[in-house]
Structures are given as C-alpha cells and as structure tokens.
Design a protein around this ligand. Structure first.
Ligand code: ES4
Ligand code: ZN
Length: 325
C-alpha cells in the first residue's frame, strides 16, 4: 500500500485542471464582495452548501453560474495564483491549465481580460517553482460558429497558450463538430487534446474521431477506451496521454474507474492521474492520487509510473522532461 505522504510528495505534472474549477468558496465570496455582486450567500459555509450535485448536468448548473464573480483581469490573476499556490503545495512541477473563454465572453467579459489575467499568473507561478502553461477549451455545447469566432479572437494571443481542448456537455456534441478548429489550431502550431467523457453514450465513436481523424495527442478522461482493443493499441503505439480524474469520476459515475486505469497501465498506455475541478470534487491532485491508490491498492511502482506518464505526455520540452523521467 502507498501512504498519503508518498502520493503528496511525489513530483507530478497536472494535465487536467479547469481553472474555473479551482474557485474555492472563500475566493468566490471575496470576489463577489470586491465586485459588488450579490451571489445569495454571505459565508463560506453557505457557499460550500451550493456546491452540491450528483451528475454532470447538476454539476454544470452550479459550475457556470458561479463564474459571474470573475469580472476583471485582477480576478483571473487571483484565481490563477490561488491555484498555483495549491499546485506548489501538491508538488506539481508542471501544470497545463484549461480555461473556458466562452464561459466568460458569453457574459460580457473580454477575451483579453481572461487571458491576460491568467497569463500573468502563469508567469508569476515560476517564483513558486511551478512551470505553468494554458490550454484554451471550446465549450462543445456552444455552436461551431462560436468556436470559430473564439479561435479567431485567440490566435493573436497564441504565444500565451500552448494548445486547445474541448469540454462541457458531450452529449450530441462529437469531436468532429470542431474538426475545422482543430485543423486550424494545429496549423498554428498548437497542441491538441479533447475530453471524451466516461459513461458518455457515444464515447467509443468520439474517441475514434478524436484519435484517428483529428489527431489529438491526449484524451481527457477517455479510459473506457478499454472497451475497444484496436483503439487501445493505437493509443499505446502513438503515445497518447489519457488524463483520468478519480474524484471527479466518483461524482459523475458510480465509481472512480480504477480498473480501467490499471488495465491501461498493463497495456502500456500512458494514463495519468489529475483533478479536473478540485474545488468542486473534493480534492487537488495529491488527493486524487491517494484516492485511487487506496481504493484499488496500487503498488508504489504503479503510482510512480502514473506520475512518469504525466510528465511524458505533457507538452514541456524534452530537456525539461528528462529531469522527471
Ligand atoms: C467539466 Cl466534469 C466536467 N465535464 C465536462 N466539462 C467540464 N468542464 C469543467 N468540468
Ligand atoms: Zn475536465
């Protein structure tokens, strides 16, 4: 068995972390006060009580409205720095942070406000010994046209983020809906990843589209790829990263999906452990490592392999990777 201390102290790369999902009740209250927004609660405990859901739909219906407190560049900077301090405490040496510009531009916050605030946090994170970068996600339940517009708005800032992703409600929103944006992003030199959620109805077809047609380098979640041996072989052969989030899985499905993670490790797929929306799902990356290690009785070697996989499938330079492998 592996101790909490061991999982906490292990150097890690965090590759599946939504910055909006790090909004802790304390910071939410502080930003609400600063921006004179009435969120309907006055104490941390009251806000904490609103963080209540048992499936993806009920989660998203708490998650997006909470973002109204994020208004200024300073707010995004503070959100980013608060997370990076947690990351440093979790021995995260490298983090690739998802952000959802459309969740902000759709309520009147400018794209540049979001990216400039987050980017400033990324730069200041270096003083905390955390190497950070940004990944821009499209909300897949928004239109293609909205994604096209978002990418056009983002490309002038392409030195401030390293890749694109796809998140929000997957049902009837397959990866191919965004084929054009993925092509254009790749042509602009950006990295590619996409959420393929566990327990999603068409998940195998979505995984196939993402891997075989759109050329993504990682799949976020995606561990039910184990149902399709050909796709598993493809993932192993092409060094595809798979970012599994045990505590998040436990919320939106009956279990943490540890069997799938173990099977992928066995098949040589570069699966790794991350935290998704830690303020909402009860723990940061160290807690996620410990949860899966404890529940499925992982060996030290397996835990170390998961951490190695996180660095190997990260988008840092080969020189930096060599430090951790
Ligand atoms: C998300 Cl758990 C989850 N699923 C889909 N989209 C998301 N964005 C942030 N968390
Ligand atoms: Zn996610």
């Amino acid at each position: 068995a592996v101790s909490q201390e061991f999982t906490a102290n292990l150097p890690k790369a965090e590759l599946h972390l939504h910055i909006e999902g790090t909004l802790e009740p304390e910071l939410k209250l502080k930003l609400a006060q600063r921006n004179h927004i009435d969120i309907g609660q006055d104490t941390i405990e009251e806000v904490q009580k609103t963080y209540d859901y048992d499936d993806l739909a009920s989660f998203l219906s708490v998650y997006y409205p909470a973002m109204e407190v994020l208004q200024t560049e300073e707010d995004f900077y503070d959100l980013g720095m608060a997370y990076l301090k947690r990351a440093a405490a979790n021995h995260v040496r490298h983090v690739e942070i998802f952000f959802d510009p459309q969740a902000h531009t759709s309520r009147g916050v400018a794209f540049e406000t979001v990216i400039n605030g987050l980017h400033r946090a990324v730069v200041d994170g270096r003083a905390l010994n955390v190497d950070a970068a940004l990944i821009m996600c499209f909300l897949r339940d928004f239109s293609k046209e909205s994604a096209r517009q978002t990418l056009a708005e983002a490309l002038p800032y392409k030195d401030k983020f390293i890749g694109i992703g796809l998140d929000s409600d997957e049902h009837n929103n397959p990866p191919l809906k965004f084929a054009r944006q993925y092509e254009d992003a790749a042509a602009a030199g950006l990295h590619l990843t996409a959420h393929c959620d566990i327990d999603q109805k068409d998940s195998i077809e979505h995984i196939r589209q993402a891997l075989e047609i759109m050329g993504v380098e990682r799949l976020d979640h995606g561990t039910n790829i184990v149902e399709d041996p050909d796709l598993v072989q493809f993932a192993a052969k092409n060094n595809i990263g798979m970012t599994s989030c045990p505590l998040s899985n436990g919320y939106v499905s009956p279990e943490m999906k540890g069997e799938e993670v173990l099977e992928l490790l066995k098949q040589g797929v570069k699966v790794s452990i991350h935290s998704d929306d830690p303020a909402y799902f009860g723990g940061y990356i160290g807690d996620n490592y410990y949860a899966i290690a404890d529940r499925y009785d992982l060996t030290k070697d397996q835990v170390v392999q998961l951490a190695k996989n996180s660095f190997e499938t990260s988008w840092i330079s080969d020189e930096k990777k060599a430090i951790y492998l």
